[in-house]
Design a protein around this ligand. Structure first.
Ligand SMILES: Nc1ncnc2c1ncn2[C@@H]1O[C@H](COP(=O)(O)OP(=O)(O)O)[C@@H](O)[C@H]1O
Ligand SMILES: O=P(O)(O)OC[C@H](O)CO
Length: 501
């Protein structure tokens, strides 16, 4: 007999792959399926996705995960969606056809346009209303690029023929058969068009970027029924879609960081540290972002975020670019085979530096090379760079929020690396906790969906489901830690000074 459930499905639409996961009511993984899709690099620094590829990868993984689980569709209580954030899609309201590829969050399409728009008044307006910065990372700059570079898009948008959405909106629109144009507050808070204090699209910002209000989705909470999936996509059942959050906020939720001061760091392609600041939107004076953590019922909570653009991808570069490794996992043994980097530092500013520096013009550098520098030293320096960047962000966070972090919950593919986890704990001087389920992004989306349809009743119940895999306690002497960190800071300063202008 097939298991009765209830089960919850999470769709985790990430930058390089889509994943569908099925969870039971204890928060345990029943099955999962994953598909990569094509990354399109039309020019140096530009990254695009085909919106239809994304949709297909989601539909295929949904079906595969259900087959693997061997459960009835009727046992699924709800579907949650979590997504790569900021990535921008524009499509025709009538035909559903995208007008162009999706412009991906990392892409620098709109970098020049941002420089041309920059002024003290614009910077202040953006920061005050959105908690963000004027940077090509965010959606409104990508929309403006589409208006300026793709023929007819501005005019069609002005005539009300086009819709805009981040990937969550694009998926919900399609999975509900073109009936529902919504997003949630967390995704809205990454567009540069949303007032995070007043909770609404902001007319001044719409005017600044030339965006007609008619193309915007309705903004909703993170845990409610938005619509029902078309039965043809889900074994004949119109299951509710009832959870939406951007992937980093979903991970914060999946890590059960529900109290102000609790923080998580996700070590994937990039690294995103978010600290819950509760009902208070804490403005950053140290290069972080203020963002919405979630909205449950009428309650809104905020987070401080440090966005690091290159983390796990530095290991991919060692593997595919320098061919120093066959597999990412080998980096652990390689780093552990030497006692230190012998003062080699690698600053992986491949696409500039994100938080807290925001320097899109700088590029990566390696310092301290000697005749004795080996492959192992470089691998270790690459892993250490993730930990140093995280310390930069944490220092900014503690200064902004005026608190000292007690522990850091960590997740994402790269934190399976024990060397990195230990070095990170050493470098921060706080315990690092690794949960049993490191797919916390999908788990968070499942929790949000399950809360909306009664699979779980409360956040307290969810917090009790969090389980530790391993705890890493700081073991490095403070004097060594500070000496190493000073070396990193010098390396970053030197990187930012090159080439001399
Ligand atoms: N054992 C490991 N040590 C170091 N880095 C790793 C390890 N395993 C995976 N990675 C890195 O982590 C990233 C994959 O993590 P994942 O959470 O799947 O990323 P994303 O969701 O951003 O695609 C890759 O960049 C990979 O190089
Ligand atoms: O797809 P990921 O996990 O690399 O996350 C991307 C972030 O949401 C970008 O802001």
């Amino acid at each position: 007999m097939k298991a009765k459930g209830p089960f919850v499905v999470a769709i985790d639409q990430g930058t390089t792959s889509s994943r569908a996961m099925i969870f039971d009511a204890q928060g345990g993984v029943v099955s999962s399926a994953q598909r990569e899709f094509e990354q399109i690099f039309p020019r140096s620094g530009w990254v695009e996705h085909r919106p239809r590829d994304i949709l297909t990868s989601v539909q295929v993984t949904l079906t595969e995960a259900m087959h693997k689980a061997g459960i009835e569709a009727s046992a699924v209580a709800g579907i949650g969606i979590t997504n790569q954030r900021e990535t921008t899609v524009v499509w025709d309201r009538a035909s559903g056809e995208p007008v162009y590829n999706a412009l991906v969050w990392q892409s620098r399409h709109s970098a020049e346009l941002c420089e041309a728009m920059r002024s003290e008044a614009v910077d202040a307006l953006v920061r005050e209303r959105t908690g963000l910065l004027l940077d090509a990372y965010f959606s409104a700059t990508k929309l403006k690029w589409l208006f300026e570079h793709v023929e007819g898009v501005r005019e069609r948008a002005q005539r009300g023929e086009l819709l805009f959405g981040t990937i969550d909106s694009w998926l919900v629109w399609n999975l509900t058969g073109g009936r529902t144009h919504v997003t949630d507050v967390t995704n809205a808070s990454r567009t540069l068009l949303y007032d995070i204090h007043r909770q609404g699209w902001d007319e001044d910002l719409l005017a600044l970027f030339g965006v007609p209000a008619s193309m915007l989705p309705q903004v909703r909470g993170c845990s409610e029924i938005y619509g029902r999936i078309e039965p043809k996509y889900f074994f004949g059942r119109d299951v509710p879609i009832c959870g939406i959050a951007g992937d980093q906020q979903a991970a914060l939720f999946g890590q059960a960081c529900f109290e102000p001061g609790m923080a998580k760091n996700t070590y994937g392609t990039g690294c995103f540290m978010l600290m819950n600041t509760g009902a208070k939107a804490v403005p950053s004076r140290h290069g972080l972002l203020t963002t919405l953590a979630w909205k449950l019922g009428d309650e809104v909570e905020y987070a401080l975020e440090g966005s690091i653009f290159v983390a796990g991808s530095v290991v991919q570069w060692l593997r595919d670019g320098l061919r120093l490794l066959d597999r990412a996992e080998q980096s652990q043994a390689s780093a552990e085979s030497v006692d230190s980097t012998e003062d080699v530092y690698l600053v992986p500013a491949f696409a500039g530096l994100g938080a807290p520096y925001w320097r899109s013009d700088v590029r990566g550098a390696i310092f301290g090379l000697s005749r004795g520098t080996s492959r192992e030293h470089l691998v270790r320096a690459a892993l250490e760079s993730m930990a140093y960047q995280t310390r930069d962000v944490l220092a900014a966070m503690e200064a902004d929020a005026d608190i000292a972090l007690k522990e850091l919950r960590a997740d994402g593919g790269a934190i399976g690396n024990d060397f990195l986890a230990q070095f990170q704990s050493d470098m921060l001087g706080v315990p690092l906790l690794r949960p049993r389920i490191t797919e916390t992004t999908a788990l968070g989306a499942a929790y949000l969906a399950g809360l909306a349809v009664g699979v779980w009743d409360s956040r307290e119940q969810i917090a009790r489901l969090w389980q530790q895999d391993r705890r890493f306690d700081p073991a490095m002497e403070a004097s060594r830690r500070e000496r190493l960190y000073r070396g990193w800071q010098a390396a970053v300063q030197a990187t930012m000074g090159f080439p001399a202008s």
